[in-house]
Design a protein around this ligand. Sequence first.
Ligand SMILES: NC(=O)c1ccc[n+]([C@@H]2O[C@H](COP(=O)([O-])OP(=O)(O)OC[C@H]3O[C@@H](n4cnc5c(N)ncnc54)[C@H](O)[C@@H]3O)[C@@H](O)[C@H]2O)c1
Length: 350
Amino acid sequence: MLRVGIIGLGGIANSHCRGISQLDHVKVVAVADLMEERRREFMAQYDIPKGYATHTELLADPEIDAVGVVLGHMLHHRLTVDACRAGKHVLVEKPMAISMEQCDEMVAVAREKGVKLMVGLTNHFSPTNRRAREILDSGELGPVITAVNYMSKRWGYPRRRAQYRSRYHGGGMWLTNGVHVVDRLTWFMASQALSVSAAIGNRSYYQAADDYGSAMIRYKNGQVGLAVAVAYKDGGPNHDLNIICSEGSLHIGRGGLVEAGVWVGKGDKWERVAVEDESSNFAREWEAFHTAIERNIEPPSSGVYGRHIMEILFAAEESALTNQEVRLSSGPGWFSQESGEVATYEHGWY
Ligand SMILES: NC(=O)c1ccc[n+]([C@@H]2O[C@H](COP(=O)([O-])OP(=O)(O)OC[C@H]3O[C@@H](n4cnc5c(N)ncnc54)[C@H](O)[C@@H]3O)[C@@H](O)[C@H]2O)c1
């Protein structure tokens, strides 16, 4: 049984607790939040025995094996480092952290303490995305030529908490949602980024953080992909990935111009593919984390992979400021996992 503590009880903590409640071998045994009322609500709703006011108290609990760091972006680094030092495995929400130095320290401390570090990049666990990956991996569409991943939506400015409207605190559309776009694109390109050329800025909202970003990402496998994340005042929503291969096309959508789901294009026509699995992304995410701990292998969307995604996002910010293509300075080898375990399509790259 993996005994979990959830730190931070905002909106998305519900999805984590609900997802974990669907698993037999993972259990939330404690929560931490500065607000007493939230702690009480969560403990009552999900039958959680212990509640702490601060993460420090929760991390001192010897009955906790792993934690979910589920709060504001500017706190991900500090809490992850503290949790690793306390000997807990960590699943930290996206975006991993707000600077490269922070990501590096998180990876280094997890490695030093021998604990697993995973970043909650939920796209890897969505049944729709997984079905699409299966189709790509089957080879029936031939090799990938290029891909475009969009997310455009309302930002919900009046309700958006201040931390998400300030880049200093790790906010803005690019880090908040662009991270999903860059992650899904990179995962489907199954390669590592070499360089980025981007435009990031403000067009719709007066806030101390961007509200749009578009990045052309060049990958080691020689291909280029486009990541677009826009928060508009008004428009038609997109949450679509289009992949063009040599013998067919693939579309994954949430229901913008065409019905939501996975579509395959062949013979100049599109056909919708059935997705039978309806399990929760968050249950699958925790299941994968549990497997990684139990088998002592890297989780999919590991700290090293999450770091690479942040490297692309930060390089895009630099490119937007300098008007130049930015080369990524580092990155691990992409043929093997650190544990030596055979990589599967769940991992960020092969
Ligand atoms: N994976 C996804 O699809 C997805 C979706 C939504 C949000 N998120 C991410 O989840 C994270 C949390 O987002 P949210 O909007 O639910 O958070 P939030 O800001 O609404 O909630 C944070 C909670 O943490 C508590 N808190 C702050 N400091 C604390 C401390 N030191 N110790 C204990 N508690 C503390 C606050 O009281 C608050 O209740 C963010 O990183 C966000 O980007 C991910």
